[in-house]
Design a protein around this ligand. Structure first.
Ligand SMILES: C[S@@+](CC[C@H](N)C(=O)[O-])C[C@H]1O[C@@H](n2cnc3c(N)ncnc32)[C@H](O)[C@@H]1O
Length: 287
């Protein structure tokens, strides 16, 4: 692994270690909402063997465990040790005998070829430094005709939040650089279809979903930002700039408040695709 890859991996696992304790447990819980939508789109059946890559705090994993019943099972993997610990604790607490979670990099899955019926990957594709390699790992461990389900953020942004985005841009000179990758952060339908098709998935279907969520108030919004990957923006700011930014951001976001809280429209893409009956071996990277 190159030095820049190692730095990126370290940066990412630390970022999500810090987010893990409150991840998807404060605010409108949109990860749980879209996790449910992804499971609904899968047509999951009892008895299936499932992998959830970048499982986080189990937005899809818990529902999948419930749906596959006792004759099926699900393994979640995540790069963040703390995500793994928190989710393992919850699995134990809920007494889920058919779910487990392991610390693992999506790039090098420690599973034999052709063993899973389904792979889920909620909001993680844009974090992979080498998306082609990860998708070829997914193809390798999926059974022929096995199904892949993924969610990503769409490119459509809520215009009501333009003021906040302008504020972020105004602070860009106060941001410490962090390791970056070439993988896009936001996707459109055609682009995601092309990525999956180039990776040799078939029967590809990508749907656009929009949903409005509400923060109770600006404090809940701020806590939600710190509970997910968005916290990287704040962590990169010089402390004196962060204090000023916080005040201005809270004021801007407070200005969006209506009778039922602070609305935000999120656009997500949900993708479903299958592994073909036989795959051209040259596209499966050997690890
Ligand atoms: C935005 S969160 C999504 C979590 C969950 N799937 C959900 O929908 O709420 C992305 C997760 O992917 C994990 N992750 C990032 N890169 C990874 C990699 N290379 N291998 C495994 N997990 C990774 C992060 O640690 C984080 O928990």
């Amino acid at each position: 692994m190159s030095e820049s890859d190692q730095n990126y991996k370290k940066y990412l696992s630390l970022l999500y270690d810090k987010a893990a304790p409150t991840y998807d447990r404060v605010g409108p819980r949109f990860f749980s909402y879209f996790g449910r939508r992804l499971v609904e789109m899968s047509g999951l059946h009892g008895g299936a063997f499932i992998l959830d890559v970048g499982c986080g705090r189990g937005a899809t994993l818990f529902l999948v465990a419930e749906r596959v019943g006792r004759s099926g099972s699900v393994i979640g993997v995540d790069l963040s040790q703390i995500m793994v610990q928190e989710t393992a604790r919850e699995i134990e607490h809920l007494g889920l005998g058919n779910a487990q979670v392991r610390h693992m990099d999506a790039k090098a899955l420690e599973f034999p070829d052709s063993c899973f019926d389904f792979i889920f990957c909620g909001f993680a594709l844009f974090l992979f430094s080498d998306l082609d390699q990860v998708l070829s790992e997914f193809l390798r461990v999926l059974k022929p005709k096995g199904m892949f389900l993924a969610s990503v953020f769409g490119k459509k942004l809520d215009k009501r939040w333009d003021g906040f985005r302008r504020l972020v841009r105004a602070y860009r000179n106060h941001l410490r650089p962090v390791p970056k990758v070439d993988t896009p952060t936001l996707f459109d339908v055609v682009q995601l279809e092309e990525i999956l098709s180039n990776a040799e998935f078939v029967n590809i279907k990508v749907v656009n979903e929009e949903k409005e969520f509400r923060y109770r108030d600006e404090k809940e919004w701020w806590a939600t930002e710190w509970s997910c990957g968005n916290r990287s923006l704040f962590e990169r700011m010089e402390p004196s700039a962060l204090e000023k930014f916080r005040e201005e951001a809270l004021e801007t976001v407070r200005g969006l408040k209506g009778e039922e809280g602070i609305p935000i429209l999120l656009q997500m893409l949900l993708a479903r695709a299958s592994k073909p009956q036989s795959v051209n071996r040259s596209i499966i990277h050997s690890s």
